[in-house]
Design a protein around this ligand. Structure first.
Ligand code: IMP
Ligand code: MG
Length: 176
């Protein structure tokens, strides 16, 4: 672990994150009014965001977890998405909301959206990411909902890691 906590700059504080997540939840509550929802949390990065977000949702929610990885160095993605663990119940005719930490190249998002359409006839499919790093996008994909834009910074905290560390930070920081 090369980065010291002291060398991290705060990008989004705990209060900023919580305020924005409440706003996102309100949008999602409006969309699915009187409907049920299956939220799919993409492990490990989205776990903190997903658990905070779903607690703000009003409709009946079921939560599922899937685990993906894209190999690369500590701060880059390889561009190859690897399905480590995708075991899902029957999602035919369900409203599905995929919850991610960050859309970077977009390859993970594309993989997941394609996977859902290949395997299920969902009633609706939306993609919600806490962060959107548009500048590094490689495929033409946009999250339906996202919390904040980030420019070309490597960010950690609130679920996002550097070499497996810093997921527990209550804020989003970046390495200078
Ligand atoms: P993709 O490039 O859009 O497929 O994103 C793949 C994954 O890379 C994300 O789900 C994150 O786990 C990880 N990732 C991308 N950018 C960052 C970052 O700035 N910090 C930590 N993880 C990141
Ligand atoms: Mg991730």
């Amino acid at each position: 672990m090369e980065i010291k906590k002291e060398n991290l700059k705060v990008l989004f504080s705990k209060d900023q994150l919580h305020a924005r997540i409440k706003e996102l939840a309100q949008e999602i509550n409006t969309l699915y009014k009187d409907e049920e929802l299956t939220a799919i949390c993409v492990l490990k990065g989205a776990v903190i965001f997903a658990t905070d977000l779903i607690r703000e949702l009003d409709m009946p929610v079921q939560i599922e977890f899937i685990r993906l990885s894209s190999y690369g160095s500590s701060t880059t993605t390889s561009g190859k998405v690897n399905a480590v663990d995708i075991k899902l119940p029957d999602l035919n005719n369900k409203n599905v909301l995929i919850i991610e930490d960050i859309v970077d190249t977009g390859l993970t998002a594309k993989f997941l959206i394609d996977f859902m359409h290949l395997n299920f006839h969902v009633k609706s499919l939306k993609f919600c990411s806490l962060l959107d790093k548009k500048i590094t996008r490689k495929v033409d994909i946009e999250p339906d909902y996202y919390g904040f834009d980030v420019d070309d910074k490597f960010v950690v905290g609130y679920g996002l890691d550097y070499d497996g560390y810093y997921r527990n930070l209550p804020y989003i920081g970046y390495i200078e």
